[in-house]
Design a protein around this ligand. Structure first.
Ligand code: DHB
Length: 308
């Protein structure tokens, strides 16, 4: 039995790959993802110009996940475009991730990746860590303006990386935009923005930027991520694929996202903490669960959540 799957018609040899963010900024890091069992290579969200990111400490591991305010440290989109031919040698799909600092940045980067050998483009509408810049996807007018600018720039599939929505009305609004602008896949969810973790001994936050506010990831956010996958699974046509991300560190976690309706999962905090061995481990555990439960394939279990 295999966990092969597909996202927007792109074949993946397994159900598990990396989330944008951890260990995917430099070519050396991306090569390690290429060498690992990850079924695709997702690149760090890039901006027009290179960025060093926020002041340190900007990442902290926590008992059940992580908090970070990296501030988009990245090499600039042109460097990532240069890396694509090198990364394609690993014989797995390469995904770009673009994060504009202003609406005009998105079409510049999407157009450039459309003209590259990248397989798909994840458009990050949900970075929570740039001072003074709200998460685009919480503003449906701003989101529509970005989508209008990027939807007709080429044939490669576009996906959206969305923030956590905690109300059905928000998911309905976004689902309308996803359908209207021909988005082919949706990644739920980004880290839960602007959370605060306090070290009570030191009487201080655990990270420095934004007075300690940062994106929460890992097990803490898994129920939020599962709910977003599930609601978009119900709201969108079945040919728009969902990628689950948020608290996946075992095959059991991956299986829950599969039941909710995810066509694949990405791993963020667990990859940061455990390194590239996590991909094989999670996928192996998923194979065992599917085999025990007599599901012959990913598709046979996808979305099969039962109700009480
Ligand atoms: C960063 C964090 C995010 O959650 C994201 O979507 C993009 C960038 C960051 O701080 O680098």
């Amino acid at each position: 039995m295999t966990t092969q799957t597909s996202i927007a018609g792109i074949k993946l040899k397994s159900y598990v790959f990396n989330a944008s963010g951890p260990r995917d900024v430099t070519l050396a890091e991306l090569k390690k993802i290429g060498e690992s069992a990850a079924s695709a290579i997702m690149m760090k969200s890039c901006t027009i110009k290179p960025r060093l990111g926020n002041e340190e400490p900007r990442y902290a591991a926590l008992p059940y996940g992580s908090i970070q305010s990296m501030g988009l440290p990245n090499l600039g989109y042109q460097e990532y475009i240069k890396m694509i031919p090198v990364l394609k040698k690993y014989d797995k799909p390469v995904f770009a991730s673009v994060a504009g600092l202003s609406p005009a940045d998105f079409p510049i980067m999407v157009k450039a990746f459309q003209q590259s050998a990248v397989d798909a483009i994840e458009v990050n509408l949900s970075c929570p860590n740039i001072k003074g810049k709200p998460q685009v996807a919480y503003d449906f007018i701003a989101s529509a303006n970005v989508l209008k600018k990027i939807s007709r720039l080429g044939k490669k599939p576009l996906g959206l990386k969305l923030p956590a929505y905690c109300d059905l009305a928000q998911q309905q609004m976004m689902a309308k935009l996803i359908k209207k602008f021909g988005i082919k896949f949706v990644t739920c969810i980004n880290s839960l923005g602007n959370c605060l973790v306090i070290d009570g001994h030191g009487e201080k936050p655990v990270i420095k930027p934004k007075q300690g506010l940062g994106g929460l990831g890992g097990q803490y956010i898994k129920p939020v991520a599962l709910a977003n996958v599930r609601m978009f699974y119900e709201l969108l046509p079945k040919n728009i694929n969902l990628i689950g991300v948020g608290g996946i560190s075992s095959g059991q976690d991956a299986f829950e996202f599969l039941l909710a309706g995810a066509a694949a999962v990405q791993v963020g905090t667990a990859f940061q903490e455990r390194g590239p061995a996590c991909f094989n481990k999670i996928d192996d555990q998923l194979v065992k669960i599917l085999t025990n439960k007599k599901y012959p394939s990913i598709n046979s279990a996808k979305g099969k959540l039962k109700f009480l």
